[in-house]
Design a protein around this ligand. Sequence first.
Ligand SMILES: [Fe+2]
Ligand SMILES: [Fe+2]
Ligand SMILES: [Fe+2]
Length: 479
Amino acid sequence: MQTYQSYKNIPSLAGICTMRDAMKAGLSVEECVTRLKRCHYAFKRLHQILTARLTAEPIYELKMAFSLHAHYCAEHVTALRKRVGEMREPPLGLDAIPDTHLEIFFDEILAAPTTEELLLGIYEKALPALKGALAVHMQDTNRLADHPSVRICKFALLEVNEMIDFGKKTIEQLIDEDARHEHAAWLNLLDDCLNAAGRLSGTAQPGTARLQPGNSVQRRQSVQPYKPNFFPKRDKRFPDPYNMAVNAEVFLYDEKFPPAPKTLMMFYKRLREIDVPEMMASIIAETPGKPWAYYADMTRQLWDEARHAMMGEVGFVALGIDWQKVMVNFTWSMALNTQLKPIERHAVLYYIEQGLMPKNGKRFEWEVGLASHNPLSALFQDYDWADEVLHARIGRDWYLKEFDDPKKAVQYGDECWSKVLMGWETWREKGLTQHRNWWPDLYKEACANWNIEPDPEILAYNTSYQTVRADLKNFSASA
Ligand SMILES: [Fe+2]
Ligand SMILES: [Fe+2]
Ligand SMILES: [Fe+2]
């Protein structure tokens, strides 16, 4: 070996590792698969936790990050499943729980009673443990023989590090030492789980001073099976979540209005898309037993919808407008999550999204963006349209297949939407909202930024969702 040389000293072994690295014993296929399955399990449980918790998480930035991180985790689950499938492994056993202590570990985080504990569990315990397991795999395996796994671990680490970094910066702002101290016993319990499992990789000696080998950890928060809460919650920047006073679609499709103020309505529509992740999370969590590709596709879409909401946020920020003055409601996700079964929610989603494809849908919004000379509006609508085409495909793949006749699938979606009760008047009577028309204030603020005088006719716009829903059909069941 001392004398071995590659041709003209160019990197040997395609540059993936040194000759010495390639000679080490590494992991057997069996050991490799066992370890990859533990990482797979961790990503799957993190995906489940993030999805289950995002609807009732009030802080908007966390809701958005949970959407992204759920998508990341779903993608790594897909990659790891594929890799395990390449390793002479039928039956794959990917649904088996690799270690009961890991099960308790993730069950405890899933059931964390507060946002603080949830953040500490995910970002200070689970993800760092996963990072450790991925790094140990790369370190221990033969990088030539097991290169496909190394590649998967390498890419996974990129996003695991990004998630940890987000968590660190968030925890620094939200959780002080006192609060952390309050949760010390529970955080110790999480450590005990990992130690009893021989860490996430299963390669460490099991047991700690607190926990001798053979003793199992006592559950604290997950004694009862966790019941997710799909009643959406929002933070203080959403002061009037039942407000349905401004019908964006009626304005958008009214030819007498010019494109520039329509961009405000489109930014509002985009920001309001936060309700789609809130709703899709409940479909994903409450639809068991589908092939993994279903969850991966649905979670990709969930993330896209969160991204569209943030495009709306950016649109307002770019115009110097405080979006807290825009009443972004949660009535759609709340009504669907509380009134419909998961398949009925999916039906409504499909119905709405296939309705976005004709000429007056997404293309129209993009054209309005172009005509408005607001380049951000045009750009965001361009991508919003492309994403919605993908979502229509996801709907065809996973929802439409439940029906023999596509027309019936669409009709069912319309029926499901029609049976949703929007308590427009009831909410007002109960004092949940006054349905205040916030449009004139928003429009005036934008005009001040544009240095123009408000147009009296645009300023006077006052059409709500009381009788006309977003697809311009009448609410048949509006209370
Ligand atoms: Fe959407
Ligand atoms: Fe969208
Ligand atoms: Fe969509």
